[in-house]
Design a protein around this ligand. Sequence first.
Ligand SMILES: Cc1ncc(COP(=O)(O)O)c(C=O)c1O
Length: 448
Amino acid sequence: MSTATSASSLFSRNFRKQYPVAVRGEGCWIVDADGRRYLDASGQAAVVSIGHGVQEIGRAMAAQSGQIAFAHTSQFHSEPAERLATRVLALAPRNFQNGGRVYFTSGGSEATETALKLARQYFLEVKQPGRYRVISRKQSYHGSTLGAMSVSGNIARRAPYAPMIPEWGHVVPCFCYHCPFDKTYPECNLACADDLDVFLSTNDASTAAAFLFEPVVGATLGAAAAVDGYTARIAEICRKHGILLIADEVMSGMGRTGKPVASQHWNLEPDIILVGKGIASGYAPLGAVLIAPRVVDAFEKGSAAFMHGFTYQSHPVATAAGIAVFDYLEAHKLFDRVTPAGQTLKNVLAGVEQHPNVGQVRGLGLLQGIEFVKNKSTREPFPKETGVAEKIRQAALDKNVLTYPTQGCVDGVRGDHILLAPPFIITPQESQLIADAIQYALNQVFSA
Ligand SMILES: Cc1ncc(COP(=O)(O)O)c(C=O)c1O
């Protein structure tokens, strides 16, 4: 059964699209109401880590709900939220140990909003009230609420709301395949990182509160990871200008790139880390803001009260789901599977990378992107109207493989890629099915 949205009561994402109805999940597979089985090569949107249909998670949520489903955080703390906070902090970078804290939200956008306000209030607490701007990067995505949109650099997603969102400054991303300065690493001497220094030095750094970025850019750049040295230089620039460093790991965190958070690939110690998606593997709406002791201390010594809050923050059932997911990840050693499974996926995609219209297969662990180009030697993208990424998605769907297409990686408008982010339990056979479906899609889309 497909639901044409004209026959639906839901205000769907796209009224012209027909949506199959998902009724069941089994491991890396989703089954629709007609019994069709889809291989979830994108973990939906890089969400599902432990796989679909794990019964223990639902049982843990039901047990928590049977005990106490909800208690407002203005009046109570709950045991699952406390326990999950401790578990998450234990995996965080060293500077979060001994006094770090966690603020649970209902997803990534709320985590970004929370971080923006946290950075602002931090500077009120430390008596620097002039600081409020959060600088971020072009071709980035940090969420769909207005605060999160203001830091996002995704041109298409910002465009309709431009009059409603402030512009605090966007610097270039670290993206060697389409280097914004046409340079080559390492001879570039990290000009992209220095762009932040140049920006702050010429745009009243005294009003800046923080720099926010994705160490591995998920949706907007198709799994483009920072190069060695980039994050260290960024941290140094943030220190020099006295601003906080926020790592948005909503997509890259919670094991997806082979480390608990991607910042750990470079021993980066941000002041604030955002996670979401994988933290509850899609079993409950959950996100989190990890806050380093330095920031916590400022609140403790200052007003001691964060002027911010959501009714559903630290939700007992959502955090119980998070604990159950953690238990499952640990019991099945799934964090350890990510790097080898990512390598297997990369290996089977080697043939795909040979295709004349595939520019690059890139990524870390089980966050992989495939960029499509018109000209492999010049890396020229297709015109936006060609809609290549969406055509690839549709063709892969003929083979029942779900991918995550996006446009705009080159300049915010042009540039087509798909994201692959399967559950950590993906088998070599399933990886091969993904590669075969993409090979088929390339033949379909580029043979015409
Ligand atoms: C890096 C990043 N930050 C924030 C978000 C927003 O998260 P959510 O959609 O859960 O609000 C996303 C979502 O894709 C993301 O990829």
